[in-house]
Ligand binder design. Structure first.
Ligand SMILES: [Mg+2]
Length: 350
Protein backbone atom coordinates (compact mmCIF):
# COMPACT_ATOMS: atom_id res chain seq x y z
CA UNK A 1 0.00 0.00 0.00
CA UNK A 2 1.18 3.48 -0.82
CA UNK A 3 2.29 5.50 2.14
CA UNK A 4 -0.11 8.32 2.92
CA UNK A 5 1.31 11.62 1.71
CA UNK A 6 2.11 14.00 4.54
CA UNK A 7 1.21 17.64 4.25
CA UNK A 8 2.74 20.39 6.33
CA UNK A 9 0.40 22.97 7.82
CA UNK A 10 1.72 26.49 7.53
CA UNK A 11 1.11 27.00 11.25
CA UNK A 12 3.82 24.40 11.92
CA UNK A 13 6.34 26.59 10.09
CA UNK A 14 5.45 30.14 11.02
CA UNK A 15 6.10 33.06 8.67
CA UNK A 16 9.89 32.95 8.82
CA UNK A 17 9.96 29.20 8.42
CA UNK A 18 7.76 29.50 5.34
CA UNK A 19 9.90 32.27 3.81
CA UNK A 20 13.01 30.21 4.50
CA UNK A 21 11.48 27.15 2.81
CA UNK A 22 10.39 29.15 -0.21
CA UNK A 23 13.56 31.14 -0.74
CA UNK A 24 16.22 28.55 0.00
CA UNK A 25 18.48 28.00 -2.97
CA UNK A 26 17.38 31.25 -4.62
CA UNK A 27 20.23 32.68 -6.68
CA UNK A 28 20.38 36.09 -8.35
CA UNK A 29 21.54 36.51 -11.92
CA UNK A 30 20.96 40.17 -12.82
CA UNK A 31 23.87 42.55 -12.59
CA UNK A 32 21.52 45.23 -11.25
CA UNK A 33 20.49 43.07 -8.26
CA UNK A 34 22.90 44.49 -5.70
CA UNK A 35 21.23 42.66 -2.81
CA UNK A 36 18.42 40.06 -2.98
CA UNK A 37 16.34 38.32 -0.32
CA UNK A 38 17.60 38.28 3.28
CA UNK A 39 17.82 41.81 4.64
CA UNK A 40 15.26 44.50 5.50
CA UNK A 41 15.18 45.55 1.86
CA UNK A 42 16.63 44.50 -1.47
CA UNK A 43 19.01 46.84 -3.29
CA UNK A 44 18.90 47.52 -7.03
CA UNK A 45 21.59 49.40 -8.89
CA UNK A 46 20.17 50.66 -12.18
CA UNK A 47 23.18 52.92 -12.78
CA UNK A 48 22.09 55.57 -15.28
CA UNK A 49 19.07 53.64 -16.59
CA UNK A 50 15.42 54.47 -15.94
CA UNK A 51 13.65 52.26 -13.39
CA UNK A 52 10.32 50.92 -14.65
CA UNK A 53 7.89 49.54 -12.04
CA UNK A 54 4.55 47.75 -12.37
CA UNK A 55 2.43 45.95 -9.81
CA UNK A 56 -0.60 43.64 -9.82
CA UNK A 57 -2.89 42.10 -7.25
CA UNK A 58 -4.62 38.72 -7.79
CA UNK A 59 -7.41 37.61 -5.48
CA UNK A 60 -8.74 34.04 -5.29
CA UNK A 61 -12.33 33.85 -6.47
CA UNK A 62 -11.99 37.18 -8.31
CA UNK A 63 -8.98 36.69 -10.58
CA UNK A 64 -8.43 32.94 -10.38
CA UNK A 65 -10.32 29.78 -9.54
CA UNK A 66 -8.26 26.92 -8.12
CA UNK A 67 -10.92 24.43 -9.25
CA UNK A 68 -9.23 24.46 -12.65
CA UNK A 69 -6.05 26.53 -12.31
CA UNK A 70 -3.11 24.39 -11.17
CA UNK A 71 -1.03 26.26 -8.55
CA UNK A 72 2.11 25.95 -10.63
CA UNK A 73 0.39 27.64 -13.58
CA UNK A 74 -0.98 30.31 -11.29
CA UNK A 75 2.52 31.14 -10.05
CA UNK A 76 3.86 31.27 -13.60
CA UNK A 77 1.02 33.48 -14.83
CA UNK A 78 1.24 35.87 -11.84
CA UNK A 79 4.82 36.68 -12.87
CA UNK A 80 4.20 36.76 -16.63
CA UNK A 81 1.35 39.28 -16.51
CA UNK A 82 3.58 41.72 -14.64
CA UNK A 83 6.54 41.26 -16.96
CA UNK A 84 4.20 41.90 -19.87
CA UNK A 85 3.59 45.42 -18.51
CA UNK A 86 7.33 46.11 -18.35
CA UNK A 87 7.90 44.90 -21.94
CA UNK A 88 4.95 47.09 -23.00
CA UNK A 89 7.09 50.09 -21.96
CA UNK A 90 9.85 48.77 -24.28
CA UNK A 91 11.88 48.08 -21.15
CA UNK A 92 13.54 44.95 -19.72
CA UNK A 93 12.25 43.39 -16.49
CA UNK A 94 15.05 42.55 -14.06
CA UNK A 95 13.54 41.83 -10.64
CA UNK A 96 10.23 40.82 -9.06
CA UNK A 97 8.85 40.81 -5.55
CA UNK A 98 6.06 38.40 -4.57
CA UNK A 99 3.73 38.87 -1.60
CA UNK A 100 1.19 36.30 -0.45
CA UNK A 101 -1.75 36.26 1.94
CA UNK A 102 -2.75 32.66 2.71
CA UNK A 103 -5.60 31.09 4.62
CA UNK A 104 -5.05 28.02 6.81
CA UNK A 105 -6.36 25.68 4.08
CA UNK A 106 -3.01 25.96 2.28
CA UNK A 107 -0.17 23.60 3.10
CA UNK A 108 3.54 24.10 2.56
CA UNK A 109 3.36 21.59 -0.31
CA UNK A 110 0.66 23.65 -2.08
CA UNK A 111 2.66 26.86 -1.74
CA UNK A 112 5.76 25.08 -2.98
CA UNK A 113 3.82 24.23 -6.15
CA UNK A 114 2.89 27.89 -6.57
CA UNK A 115 6.55 28.82 -6.06
CA UNK A 116 7.70 26.22 -8.58
CA UNK A 117 5.67 28.15 -11.18
CA UNK A 118 6.99 31.51 -9.97
CA UNK A 119 10.57 30.24 -10.18
CA UNK A 120 10.01 28.72 -13.62
CA UNK A 121 8.83 32.08 -14.96
CA UNK A 122 11.74 33.91 -13.27
CA UNK A 123 14.12 31.43 -14.87
CA UNK A 124 12.59 31.66 -18.34
CA UNK A 125 12.48 35.46 -18.38
CA UNK A 126 15.79 35.86 -16.56
CA UNK A 127 14.49 37.93 -13.65
CA UNK A 128 15.50 37.76 -9.98
CA UNK A 129 13.02 37.21 -7.15
CA UNK A 130 14.34 39.69 -4.61
CA UNK A 131 11.74 39.94 -1.86
CA UNK A 132 8.15 40.05 -0.76
CA UNK A 133 6.00 39.31 2.23
CA UNK A 134 3.77 36.51 3.50
CA UNK A 135 0.88 36.87 5.86
CA UNK A 136 -2.22 34.95 6.86
CA UNK A 137 -5.63 35.65 5.42
CA UNK A 138 -9.09 34.75 6.70
CA UNK A 139 -10.16 33.35 3.37
CA UNK A 140 -8.38 32.12 0.26
CA UNK A 141 -5.22 33.40 -1.35
CA UNK A 142 -4.10 36.83 -2.50
CA UNK A 143 -0.95 37.27 -4.60
CA UNK A 144 0.73 40.60 -5.22
CA UNK A 145 3.62 40.79 -7.69
CA UNK A 146 5.74 43.85 -8.40
CA UNK A 147 8.02 43.82 -11.43
CA UNK A 148 10.99 46.16 -11.69
CA UNK A 149 12.76 46.80 -14.96
CA UNK A 150 15.29 48.92 -16.77
CA UNK A 151 14.55 51.31 -19.56
CA UNK A 152 16.55 53.80 -21.54
CA UNK A 153 15.42 57.40 -21.86
CA UNK A 154 15.42 57.35 -25.65
CA UNK A 155 13.86 53.86 -25.89
CA UNK A 156 10.94 53.65 -23.44
CA UNK A 157 7.58 53.82 -25.19
CA UNK A 158 4.47 55.26 -23.58
CA UNK A 159 0.85 55.04 -24.67
CA UNK A 160 0.28 58.79 -25.23
CA UNK A 161 2.55 59.30 -28.22
CA UNK A 162 0.67 57.77 -31.20
CA UNK A 163 0.56 60.12 -34.22
CA UNK A 164 -2.01 60.55 -37.01
CA UNK A 165 -0.91 58.39 -39.95
CA UNK A 166 0.83 55.75 -37.82
CA UNK A 167 0.00 52.11 -38.50
CA UNK A 168 -1.53 50.02 -35.73
CA UNK A 169 0.14 46.63 -35.15
CA UNK A 170 -0.58 43.66 -32.94
CA UNK A 171 1.52 40.61 -32.05
CA UNK A 172 0.26 37.01 -32.03
CA UNK A 173 -3.45 36.31 -32.09
CA UNK A 174 -6.36 37.53 -29.97
CA UNK A 175 -9.41 36.16 -28.17
CA UNK A 176 -8.12 32.67 -27.42
CA UNK A 177 -7.48 33.18 -23.68
CA UNK A 178 -11.06 34.30 -23.15
CA UNK A 179 -12.41 31.26 -24.98
CA UNK A 180 -10.08 28.99 -22.99
CA UNK A 181 -11.60 30.43 -19.82
CA UNK A 182 -15.12 29.73 -21.12
CA UNK A 183 -14.17 26.09 -21.76
CA UNK A 184 -12.69 25.74 -18.25
CA UNK A 185 -15.80 27.32 -16.71
CA UNK A 186 -18.05 25.00 -18.73
CA UNK A 187 -16.13 21.88 -17.67
CA UNK A 188 -16.20 23.06 -14.05
CA UNK A 189 -20.01 23.26 -14.20
CA UNK A 190 -20.20 19.78 -15.75
CA UNK A 191 -18.01 18.46 -12.94
CA UNK A 192 -19.97 20.24 -10.17
CA UNK A 193 -23.23 18.83 -11.48
CA UNK A 194 -21.82 15.36 -11.98
CA UNK A 195 -18.58 14.70 -10.07
CA UNK A 196 -18.40 11.23 -11.65
CA UNK A 197 -17.57 12.75 -15.05
CA UNK A 198 -13.94 13.62 -15.63
CA UNK A 199 -13.78 16.95 -17.49
CA UNK A 200 -12.30 16.71 -20.97
CA UNK A 201 -10.23 19.43 -22.56
CA UNK A 202 -9.56 17.43 -25.73
CA UNK A 203 -9.49 19.55 -28.84
CA UNK A 204 -9.08 22.76 -26.82
CA UNK A 205 -5.35 22.57 -26.17
CA UNK A 206 -4.48 25.91 -27.76
CA UNK A 207 -7.16 28.09 -26.19
CA UNK A 208 -6.90 26.49 -22.73
CA UNK A 209 -3.11 26.87 -22.90
CA UNK A 210 -3.51 30.56 -23.75
CA UNK A 211 -5.63 30.99 -20.60
CA UNK A 212 -3.58 28.90 -18.19
CA UNK A 213 -0.05 29.57 -19.40
CA UNK A 214 0.26 32.92 -21.17
CA UNK A 215 3.67 34.26 -22.17
CA UNK A 216 4.91 37.86 -22.19
CA UNK A 217 6.19 39.00 -25.61
CA UNK A 218 9.82 39.47 -24.74
CA UNK A 219 10.64 38.19 -28.24
CA UNK A 220 8.68 40.98 -29.94
CA UNK A 221 10.56 43.68 -28.00
CA UNK A 222 13.80 42.00 -28.98
CA UNK A 223 12.99 41.73 -32.67
CA UNK A 224 11.83 45.38 -32.85
CA UNK A 225 15.16 46.36 -31.36
CA UNK A 226 17.01 44.20 -33.89
CA UNK A 227 15.27 45.81 -36.87
CA UNK A 228 15.75 49.21 -35.21
CA UNK A 229 12.08 50.11 -35.02
CA UNK A 230 10.85 52.05 -32.01
CA UNK A 231 7.04 51.98 -31.75
CA UNK A 232 5.45 55.41 -31.41
CA UNK A 233 3.10 54.09 -28.67
CA UNK A 234 2.64 50.71 -27.03
CA UNK A 235 0.46 48.84 -24.52
CA UNK A 236 -0.04 45.18 -23.63
CA UNK A 237 -3.42 43.59 -24.27
CA UNK A 238 -4.75 42.45 -20.93
CA UNK A 239 -8.34 43.69 -21.28
CA UNK A 240 -9.13 43.11 -24.96
CA UNK A 241 -8.08 44.96 -28.12
CA UNK A 242 -10.87 47.58 -27.94
CA UNK A 243 -10.10 48.73 -24.45
CA UNK A 244 -6.33 48.94 -25.03
CA UNK A 245 -6.65 50.72 -28.37
CA UNK A 246 -8.97 53.25 -26.76
CA UNK A 247 -6.36 53.81 -24.02
CA UNK A 248 -3.76 54.66 -26.69
CA UNK A 249 -6.18 56.88 -28.63
CA UNK A 250 -7.49 58.78 -25.61
CA UNK A 251 -4.02 59.27 -24.14
CA UNK A 252 -2.60 60.39 -27.51
CA UNK A 253 -5.57 62.58 -28.47
CA UNK A 254 -6.15 60.71 -31.75
CA UNK A 255 -8.70 58.41 -33.39
CA UNK A 256 -8.25 55.06 -35.15
CA UNK A 257 -9.60 52.82 -37.87
CA UNK A 258 -9.03 49.08 -37.66
CA UNK A 259 -10.12 46.46 -40.17
CA UNK A 260 -12.06 43.50 -38.85
CA UNK A 261 -10.65 41.18 -41.52
CA UNK A 262 -7.08 41.90 -40.38
CA UNK A 263 -7.53 41.08 -36.68
CA UNK A 264 -5.49 37.90 -36.08
CA UNK A 265 -7.54 35.07 -34.57
CA UNK A 266 -6.34 31.46 -34.17
CA UNK A 267 -8.47 28.89 -36.08
CA UNK A 268 -9.20 26.95 -32.86
CA UNK A 269 -10.43 30.20 -31.24
CA UNK A 270 -12.63 31.05 -34.24
CA UNK A 271 -14.14 27.61 -34.25
CA UNK A 272 -14.85 27.68 -30.51
CA UNK A 273 -16.33 31.19 -30.67
CA UNK A 274 -18.76 30.10 -33.36
CA UNK A 275 -19.66 27.03 -31.31
CA UNK A 276 -20.53 29.36 -28.42
CA UNK A 277 -22.45 31.58 -30.91
CA UNK A 278 -20.16 34.54 -30.25
CA UNK A 279 -18.58 36.37 -33.21
CA UNK A 280 -14.82 35.60 -33.10
CA UNK A 281 -14.13 39.33 -33.53
CA UNK A 282 -16.02 40.01 -30.30
CA UNK A 283 -13.66 37.70 -28.40
CA UNK A 284 -10.63 39.49 -29.85
CA UNK A 285 -12.02 42.96 -29.13
CA UNK A 286 -13.25 42.36 -25.59
CA UNK A 287 -11.98 38.97 -24.41
CA UNK A 288 -8.84 39.95 -22.56
CA UNK A 289 -5.87 38.13 -21.02
CA UNK A 290 -4.08 37.59 -24.32
CA UNK A 291 -0.97 39.52 -23.17
CA UNK A 292 -0.02 40.37 -26.74
CA UNK A 293 1.50 43.75 -27.59
CA UNK A 294 -0.46 46.49 -29.35
CA UNK A 295 1.71 49.22 -30.81
CA UNK A 296 1.80 51.96 -33.39
CA UNK A 297 4.62 52.59 -35.86
CA UNK A 298 5.61 55.35 -38.23
CA UNK A 299 4.51 54.47 -41.79
CA UNK A 300 8.17 54.58 -42.88
CA UNK A 301 8.82 51.49 -40.75
CA UNK A 302 6.08 49.45 -42.41
CA UNK A 303 8.30 47.32 -44.67
CA UNK A 304 10.58 46.31 -41.80
CA UNK A 305 7.70 45.44 -39.43
CA UNK A 306 5.63 43.70 -42.11
CA UNK A 307 8.51 41.29 -42.71
CA UNK A 308 8.30 39.96 -39.13
CA UNK A 309 6.20 36.80 -38.85
CA UNK A 310 3.54 37.04 -36.16
CA UNK A 311 3.08 40.82 -36.34
CA UNK A 312 -0.08 42.06 -38.06
CA UNK A 313 -0.94 45.57 -39.19
CA UNK A 314 -4.63 46.02 -38.38
CA UNK A 315 -5.27 49.69 -39.09
CA UNK A 316 -4.23 53.29 -38.88
CA UNK A 317 -4.26 56.20 -36.44
CA UNK A 318 -6.55 59.00 -37.71
CA UNK A 319 -7.70 62.44 -36.56
CA UNK A 320 -9.48 62.51 -33.23
CA UNK A 321 -12.59 63.93 -34.94
CA UNK A 322 -13.00 60.71 -36.94
CA UNK A 323 -13.44 58.70 -33.73
CA UNK A 324 -12.30 55.13 -33.00
CA UNK A 325 -13.80 52.73 -35.54
CA UNK A 326 -13.94 49.10 -36.54
CA UNK A 327 -14.48 48.65 -40.29
CA UNK A 328 -16.16 45.40 -41.33
CA UNK A 329 -15.53 43.57 -44.63
CA UNK A 330 -18.89 44.85 -45.91
CA UNK A 331 -17.70 48.43 -45.35
CA UNK A 332 -19.75 49.11 -42.26
CA UNK A 333 -18.23 51.21 -39.49
CA UNK A 334 -18.76 50.62 -35.77
CA UNK A 335 -17.63 52.60 -32.74
CA UNK A 336 -15.07 50.70 -30.70
CA UNK A 337 -16.28 50.45 -27.14
CA UNK A 338 -14.48 49.26 -24.04
CA UNK A 339 -17.36 47.43 -22.45
CA UNK A 340 -17.93 43.78 -21.69
CA UNK A 341 -18.04 41.44 -24.62
CA UNK A 342 -21.85 41.21 -24.61
CA UNK A 343 -22.18 44.94 -25.25
CA UNK A 344 -20.12 44.74 -28.39
CA UNK A 345 -20.98 45.57 -32.00
CA UNK A 346 -24.35 46.98 -31.05
CA UNK A 347 -24.00 50.51 -32.34
CA UNK A 348 -24.20 51.14 -36.05
CA UNK A 349 -22.92 54.65 -36.70
CA UNK A 350 -23.56 54.95 -40.43
MG1 LIG B 1 -0.72 46.91 -19.26
Amino acid sequence: MEEEKKFTHLSELGEFGLIQELTKGLKTKQESTFLGVGDDAAIIDNANKLTVVSTDLLVEGVHFDLMYVPLKHLGYKAIVVNLSDIYAMNAQPKQVTVSLALSSKYTLEAIQELYAGIEKACEYYGVDLIGGDTTSSLKGMTISVTAIGQGEKDKVVKRDTAKVGDYICVSGDLGAAYLGLQILEREKQVYLENPGIIPSLDGHTYIVGRQLKPEARKDVIQVLQEIEVKPSAMIDISDGLSSELLHICHASGVGCEIHERDIPIHPEASEQALEFSIPPTTCALSGGEDYELLFTINKEDFQKVDAIPGITVIGEIVDKEKGCKLLTPDEKSYDLIAQGWNALLNKDVE
